[in-house]
Ligand binder design. Structure first.
Ligand SMILES: [Zn+2]
Length: 296
C-alpha cells in the first residue's frame, strides 16, 4: 500500500516538474543571466523565438543606454523571492487570458500584486511577431514601475530612443507598428481630457487610451526639453531604488538636469490646469515618429 502511494506521489511530482509547455532560454547580460521562461499554449508557435530575440535585444540596449544592469535595475522586483525565481522573466501566452474570470487579453504581474503567479500574461495577438510594442512595454517595467504617468510613458517611448541611439535594431515596419500602438501621431481620442496625476484609469476605464497617449507624448516633451543627453541623465536617475514617488520629486530631478519652468511645461499634461507650453496642437505640427525615424 505504502509502495503504491509512493509510486503515485512520484508520478504526480514527475508530471508537475516536466511541464512540457515551458520553454527556457538563458540570456547573458552584464551582471549574470536572465532566465527567460515562456509557457506558450497558443497556436502561435513562432512567438517564442520572436520574444526571445526581442527580450535579448531590449535588455542589452537598456543596459547599454542606462549604464545600469538588469540585475541591479530589477533587484526590487525580485526582492524576497526564492533563489530559483530570481532574475527569471516568465511570459505566459494563451489564446485567452483571463483575470478573475474576465477576459482581459493580457496583464503584467511581475510585482505579484495580482496573485502568486508572477509574470507577463498575454494573448499572442497583442504582440505578434513583427509587433514588439507591447512586449517591450511590459518588459520595460522591470526597470521602471514608479509613478504611473512617468513609467507607463517611459516604457512605451524608450524603444524609440534606444533605436535613435543605435542601441537596438528595428525594422521600418516594426517602428511603424510601435508608433501606431502608442498613437504617437494621434490627437485626443474624443474623450475627456484629464491630467495624468492622479491616475484616472481605474475610475474612468474608457479613458485609458487617453492615459497612454498622453503618457507617451509627455516623454516626447521631456526628451525635447532635456535634449538627448539630458534625457539619458533623467532616465538613469529613475532606475535606482530611490526613484521618485511623487510628481513634485520628478520636477526636482528635472530641475537638477535643466533649470526650466517644469511646472508650466507639465501643466495640463500631468498636473491640472490649462495647457501652457505644449498642447494637442503641438502634435499636429510635430511628428514624434519623424523625430526618431528617418525613412529613406
Ligand atoms: Zn505598463
Amino acid at each position: 500500500m505504502r509502495k503504491i502511494l509512493f509510486g503515485i506521489l512520484f508520478l504526480i511530482s514527475v508530471s508537475l516538474y516536466s511541464d512540457k509547455s515551458a520553454w527556457i532560454r538563458r540570456i547573458p547580460l552584464s551582471r549574470g543571466e536572465l532566465i527567460l521562461e515562456i509557457k506558450n499554449s497558443s497556436q502561435e508557435k513562432e512567438w517564442n523565438e520572436f520574444a526571445y530575440r526581442k527580450t535579448t535585444d531590449l535588455f542589452k540596449a537598456l543596459e547599454s543606454y542606462s549604464g545600469i544592469s538588469f540585475h541591479e535595475a530589477s533587484a526590487s522586483v525580485f526582492e524576497g523571492q526564492r533563489a530559483t525565481e530570481k532574475f527569471k522573466v516568465l511570459l505566459v501566452v494563451q489564446d485567452q487570458i483571463l483575470l478573475n474570470g474576465t477576459r482581459v487579453g493580457g496583464y503584467n504581474n511581475i510585482s505579484g500584486d495580482l496573485g502568486p503567479a508572477r509574470g507577463i500574461f498575454m494573448e499572442p495577438d497583442l504582440s505578434p511577431p513583427g509587433f514588439p510594442a507591447l512586449l517591450f512595454h511590459e518588459l520595460g517595467h522591470f526597470y521602471f514601475s514608479d509613478i504611473a504617468w512617468l513609467s507607463e510613458g517611459l516604457v512605451s517611448f524608450l524603444p524609440f530612443v534606444l533605436y535613435k541611439e543605435n542601441k537596438i535594431k528595428l525594422s521600418k515596419e516594426e517602428l511603424i507598428s510601435m508608433a501606431e500602438e502608442w498613437n504617437s501621431e494621434e490627437g485626443l481620442q474624443g474623450r475627456k481630457d484629464l491630467p495624468l496625476d492622479p491616475d484616472f484609469r481605474e475610475k474612468l476605464p474608457l479613458s485609458t487610451p487617453v492615459f497612454y497617449n498622453k503618457a507617451f507624448k509627455i516623454q516626447y516633451i521631456l526628451y525635447k526639453e532635456l535634449g538627448s543627453e539630458g534625457y539619458r541623465d533623467f532616465v538613469k536617475k529613475l532606475v535606482f531604488e530611490n526613484s521618485p514617488k511623487t510628481t513634485g520629486q520628478v520636477i526636482l530631478i528635472l530641475k537638477s538636469i535643466r533649470n526650466k519652468n517644469w511646472t508650466s511645461i507639465l501643466k495640463g499634461w500631468v498636473t491640472s490646469g490649462p495647457y501652457e507650453v505644449y498642447s494637442w496642437k503641438t502634435f499636429q505640427k510635430e511628428s514624434i515618429f519623424k523625430t526618431f525615424v528617418n525613412l529613406p
